[in-house]
Design a protein around this ligand. Structure first.
Ligand SMILES: O=C1C[C@@](O)(C(=O)O)C[C@@H](O)[C@@H]1O
Length: 251
């Protein structure tokens, strides 16, 4: 039996793929409006893309906003993600600042899931996944390639490596150069999810990859990202549209 990861009653790795909607506001005001909008949408997870937040350099400001989002979102499970510029995010932090940010977010108890980038360095990733687990939160260990799709072997090895470093949920997002790249991503998803080490999340980006965002669940991807106000990556469909397609495919 595949290991299920449960977050606030949402069971990842079982049933329909779950929908996650990112919050990409730059100011507290924009984030409040986005969080209120999310309350009106049919979704399973919200992701705070904290790299968009103008005050990200201040841990105090981030923790205050995280507490605010927690209360605005009610019971919606919240993923905390600082996406580095080299993996498609808005900015870079030093390793020390990145580590501290994720540690404190986990310790606050306001984020249910913490996204840690695989290529931060094995030792740090191992420590962070263990620490996230100690706080009772769940870890995603992620990798993004906005230029290309690595080979089948490389993609599979990154997902397995994330597991090996303690990830509850390995995640990979890659850019297709041609439709065959999307097939590669889906084939790897099927292969690695069949090993039943727990849920994984995969997607192929951009227009050519949209099929993976709607049908990835068939091949073993446990969650897919859809947009409310702004997409956080190319190829995301509107969350409501995504939900309609998932209902047609999986119910
Ligand atoms: O890792 C991911 C996946 C993503 O890049 C996507 O392609 O939908 C969107 C990001 O916000 C998220 O952190």
């Amino acid at each position: 039996m595949s290991r299920i990861v449960e977050v606030r009653g949402i069971r990842l790795g079982e049933g329909m793929p779950k929908i996650c909607v990112p919050l990409t506001g730059r100011t507290r005001e924009e984030l409040r409006e986005e969080a209120e909008l999310l309350r009106t949408i049919d979704l399973d997870f919200a992701e705070w893309r904290v790299d968009f937040f103008a005050e990200v350099d201040s841990i105090e400001a981030v923790l205050e906003e995280l507490a605010e989002l927690r209360s605005l979102l009610g019971d919606i499970p919240l993923i905390f993600t600082f996406r580095s510029a080299r993996e498609g995010g808005q900015r870079e932090l030093t390793i020390e600042a990145y580590t501290r940010l994720n540690r404190e977010a986990a310790a606050s108890g306001h984020a249910d899931v913490i996204d840690i980038e695989l290529f931060t360095g094995d030792e740090i990733v191992r420590e962070l996944t263990a620490e996230v687990r100690r706080t009772g939160a769940v870890s995603i260990v992620s990798n993004h390639d906005f230029d290309a799709t690595p080979s089948h072997e490389e993609l599979a090895s990154r997902l397995r490596r994330a597991h090996g470093l303690g990830a509850d949920i390995p995640k990979i997002a890659v850019m297709p150069r041609h439709p065959g790249d999307v097939l590669t991503l889906l084939a790897v998803t099927y292969e690695v999810s069949s090993e039943e080490q727990g849920p994984i999340i995969t997607m192929s980006m951009d227009k050519a990859g949209v099929i993976s965002r709607v049908a990835g669940g068939t091949f073993g991807s446990a969650l897919t990202f859809g947009a409310a106000k702004n997409a956080s990556a190319p190829g995301q469909l509107a969350a409501a549209e995504l939900k309609g397609i998932l209902n047609a495919l999986y119910t």
